[in-house]
Design a binder for this molecule. Structure first.
Ligand SMILES: Nc1nc2c(ncn2[C@@H]2O[C@H](COP(=O)(O)OP(=O)(O)OP(=O)(O)O)[C@@H](O)[C@H]2O)c(=O)[nH]1
Ligand SMILES: [Mg+2]
Length: 355
């Protein structure tokens, strides 16, 4: 029996105390297997031939342990006949009462009749192997489940509905068309026939290359939307990094004090800004230090500064304003403690922030 023909099962919902828990069973022979553990009546085993049920219908039945001659739970069966199911195979979804004990009883009965526990992602793998979705769509299922913000949900959902795949397919089709045209040109080159002007062909291929480049560039944007932007607050000690960190999070997460060198190890928290996930990082203030622990923290700050997607370089406004150069495309210079300027400001740097 090849692996794809095994009947697999797994919970679709979290196992724990809940009103309902759903277990999916999928594979060739699922209807016969599940018929062994369900009954029309709770007082005695009354066989239900699931293969005769109308596809895509719901049935109120009892999970039944034939050996003990007793009903285990009252459930709803959703019966899907392949290929019109998530996996493309005959599938039954058992909606039982929630709870670990009931789940373990149904689990044991399914295993006793020959079903095996599905590996993580195995239903989706079968859906892919059975042509129910392509690779991009299969990948997006996990992304959709993991999404932590509105934008990452939207991105995963558009991939799931096939928008991304449709774009790839249309580019692929165009590429095939150009190959055919080129081959035609080669076949008839000696007869002096021209099917498409060379300049026009080059122009169309250039457009196609640009389309591919644009698609490759969306990878970085997509990654940022999915995993979150790593936004680090860096700067000298005591400029107010932890204060800004707490302000953006809207609670006192980091220790704030007027002693320079308060933050030692970096702290990271996730928040959502305009639907985008942001991994906000507070770092140790960077300065010359001979103190061993502070030095270790500063090394980490430097490494975070090099890896972050975006930096807020925080400065103390009372130490002077306006002449700083932004050190890279990914830096925002921000001046803090502006309340201490007493209205006096020679601030003139248009790319910086006063906070
Ligand atoms: N007046 C004023 N004081 C501030 C402001 N922001 C922070 N402070 C004070 O500045 C001191 C240092 O603040 P922190 O947030 O701990 O500074 P830090 O940059 O995290 O310091 P290290 O962790 O030591 O690198 C604290 O006493 C804060 O209350 C501000 O906008 N105005
Ligand atoms: Mg700090």
């Amino acid at each position: 029996m090849s692996e794809i023909r095994k009947i697999i099962f797994a919970p679709l919902t979290l196992i724990g105390q809940s009103a309902i828990s759903v277990i999916r069973v999928s594979g060739e022979g699922t209807f016969e297997l599940v018929s062994n553990i369900v009954s029309k009546s709770f007082s005695r085993f009354e066989l239900l031939d699931l293969s005769k049920f109308y596809p895509n219908t719901l049935h109120h039945v009892y999970i039944f342990d034939k050996d003990k001659n007793e009903a285990v739970d009252e459930v709803i069966l959703s019966v899907f006949k392949g290929p019109h199911s998530y996996t493309g195979e005959d599938t039954v979804e058992i909606s039982s009462h929630g709870g670990l004990y009931i789940y373990s009883k149904i689990n044991d009965l399914l295993a006793k009749w020959g079903a095996v526990a599905a590996m993580p992602g195995e239903f989706t793998k079968r859906a892919f192997l059975n042509g129910k979705m392509d690779l991009a769509q299969a990948e997006s299922v996990a992304e959709l489940i993991k999404s932590r913000s509105e934008e990452s949900r939207k991105l995963a959902f558009s991939q799931l509905t096939g928008e991304y795949s449709a774009k790839i397919n249309s580019l692929r089709q165009e590429l095939i068309n150009y190959c055919s045209l080129l081959e035609l040109e080669l076949d008839f080159s000696e007869e002096g026939l021209e099917f498409v002007s060379r300049d026009e062909l080059i122009m169309r291929i250039d457009t196609l290359i640009n389309e591919f480049k644009r698609l490759v560039d969306t990878y970085y944007t997509g990654k940022l939307i999915r995993d979150g932007i790593n936004l680090a607050i860096v700067g000298e000690p005591n400029v107010g990094k932890s204060s800004l960190f707490n302000y953006l999070l809207n609670y006192d997460r980091a220790i704030v004090s007027d002693i320079p060198g308060t933050t030692r190890d970096y702290i990271s928290e996730t928040l959502t800004i305009d639907g985008f996930p942001v991994n906000l990082i507070d770092t140790a203030g960077i300065r010359e230090s001979s103190e061993e622990i502070e030095e270790a923290g500063i090394k980490k700050s430097i490494s975070i500064r090099e890896r972050a997607d975006l930096l807020i370089v925080l400065k103390d406004a009372t130490a002077g304003l306006g002449n700083d150069k932004i050190s890279g495309d990914n830096s925002i210079i921000a001046y803090n403690k502006c309340d201490l300027l007493n209205g006096h400001s020679d601030f003139n740097c248009k790319d910086s922030l006063l906070i």
